[in-house]
Design a protein around this ligand. Structure first.
Ligand SMILES: NC(=O)c1ccc[n+]([C@@H]2O[C@H](COP(=O)([O-])OP(=O)(O)OC[C@H]3O[C@@H](n4cnc5c(N)ncnc54)[C@H](OP(=O)(O)O)[C@@H]3O)[C@@H](O)[C@H]2O)c1
Length: 324
């Protein structure tokens, strides 16, 4: 495993992290024994950063992580997230930060995370989604600052809304966050415009999520693949979206056939190649995925020519009626 500084926090995190969403909910059948074995394998292979959220099965993902970590002696960094109170997701510019994240609610959420994880403090507490409308007066982050002083939260993070990967730039420049969580993959390359350089300039930890764009960039789905009805990807890839994403992935496969990397390796490597990135948290559901993803840390870096090839596969999905 390779380790990188988590911004200027003084902590080093594994370049391959563990995305823990599927351990909780929304991804169809996920036997708990698979989750436990996947977590233990990841830790054995040097992964020391796990991402979870209260919203992943109403604490289920946090609880299974807490149970596994209780029996392990290695120091593992856990990042969780507080979801907004009910309302539009991502929050609209008209939402009030104080109404979506009231102080009492933030405090109760942190307590429930600590209980689920069986810990006295959480390493990174993130606000699960955001609107740049809140950058001028980021009320929830004031409360997290208090919790940091009280020793319940070590580092403060915010996760980007799906449609706006540069939404956190103002917060980063104004010193509100220790870390950000962002989508940066072969399709979604917008963070290279502002967020990643600003993170580097300001010593902010960068957690990259969705290296596989919810699995499709692994190249293992066919155009007519059927996800189970309780897998959120029936919606994410609704209509012709899976077909279009698979076609684009096939082009990447053809153009990189001589690279020496498999598609999943290429996807993780791309998400992690920018020097601002601290850790890439691909979703891991079983031992095989834990092993394959951890192994990527041992591979040589992508060469500049290959990176340039992948730049051409950026896909601006969010306009011209192409969104959800
Ligand atoms: N802040 C937010 O709002 C937010 C949103 C999304 C995700 N996240 C976080 O980011 C993490 C990663 O994102 P994600 O899980 O949504 O998507 P992802 O990492 O793009 O895709 C993960 C999926 O890809 C498949 N996979 C993983 N490794 C593989 C391998 N080596 N070979 C083949 N298939 C592989 C698995 O799905 P199958 O086995 O089912 O095919 C896995 O669940 C999440 O777990 C969560 O912690 C946060």
């Amino acid at each position: 495993m390779k380790y990188r500084p988590f911004g200027k926090t003084g902590v080093d995190v594994s370049v391959i992290g563990f995305g823990g969403w599927a351990l909780g909910s929304h991804w169809g059948l996920q036997p708990e024994s698979d989750s436990i074995q996947a977590l233990n394998t990841a830790i054995d292979l040097g992964i020391n950063f796990i991402d979870t959220a209260i919203a992943y099965g109403d604490g289920k993902s946090e609880k299974v992580i807490g149970r596994v970590l209780r029996d392990r002696t290695k120091e593992i960094f856990v990042a969780s997230k507080i979801p907004p109170k009910p309302g539009p997701w991502p929050p609209s510019p008209y939402c009030s930060a104080e109404e979506r994240f009231p102080e009492k609610y933030i405090r109760e959420s942190v307590e429930s995370t600590l209980k689920n994880l069986q810990r006295d403090f959480i390493d990174v507490m993130q606000i699960h989604t955001w609107t740049r409308a809140w950058n001028r007066d980021p009320f929830p982050l004031r409360i997290l600052r208090e919790l940091k002083k009280e020793g319940k939260v070590r580092f403060i993070g915010v996760s980007t809304p799906e449609h706006d990967q540069n939404a956190l730039v103002g917060l980063m420049e104004d010193g509100w966050v220790d870390a950000v969580q962002v989508i940066y993959n072969i399709f979604e390359q917008e963070p290279a415009a502002e967020l990643l350089p600003v993170a580097q300039e300001n010593g902010i930890g960068v957690i990259v999520r969705m290296p596989f764009d919810e699995g499709v960039l692994t190249g293992k789905y066919s155009r007519d693949h059927k996800f189970s009805p309780d897998d959120f990807r029936t919606r994410y890839f609704a209509g012709d979206r899976l077909e279009r994403a698979v076609e684009r992935t096939e082009k990447i496969r053809q153009e990189t056939a001589d690279s020496g990397f498999t598609l999943p390796q290429l996807a993780i490597q791309f998400s992690g190649h920018h020097p601002a990135v601290s850790t890439v948290i691909g979703g891991i559901r079983n031992v095989d995925q834990a092993q394959k993803n951890a192994e990527v840390a041992e591979l040589p870096d992508l060469n500049p020519e290959l990176i340039l090839k992948l730049h051409k596969h950026a896909w601006l999905k969010a306009f011209w009626y192409a969104g959800k």
